[in-house]
Design a protein around this ligand. Structure first.
Ligand SMILES: [Zn+2]
Length: 112
């Protein structure tokens, strides 16, 4: 992708998302403690429910870490001029796909 304008567009898209994820990560660390406190004071949730909730928020956090890595990878690809090309077939990844999922490294056909 040689268009400087679109590179700038994806760069800001990725950076905005990265900041969003990183701030969510901080918020989530707080709310995980709150879940445990609420559970003991209200006592309506069973221990199983609390554990399930904890597992879920752990999974959410894991997904976030994966996405943060993907964004950092995409930023690196932008820097190297590799961004927007399919990793497998080398074709352009359609702009529509990149707008929806700016961390895509494969075109729709190869991602399947
Ligand atoms: Zn492809």
């Amino acid at each position: 992708m040689t268009d400087t304008r679109s590179n700038k567009f994806y760069l800001s898209l990725l950076k905005t998302r990265l900041i969003e994820l990183q701030s969510q990560d901080i918020t989530n660390a707080d709310s995980r403690d709150t879940v445990v406190l609420d559970q003991s004071s209200v006592g309506r949730l069973s221990r199983m429910d609390a554990l399930q909730q904890q597992a879920m928020s752990k999974a959410t956090r894991q997904n976030r870490i994966v996405e943060i890595h993907a964004i950092k990878n995409a930023l690196l690809r932008l820097e190297e001029g590799e961004y927007g090309y399919c990793e497998d077939c080398g074709e352009d990844i359609p702009a529509k796909r990149l707008e929806l999922a700016p961390t895509s490294v494969r075109c729709v056909n190869c991602a399947r």
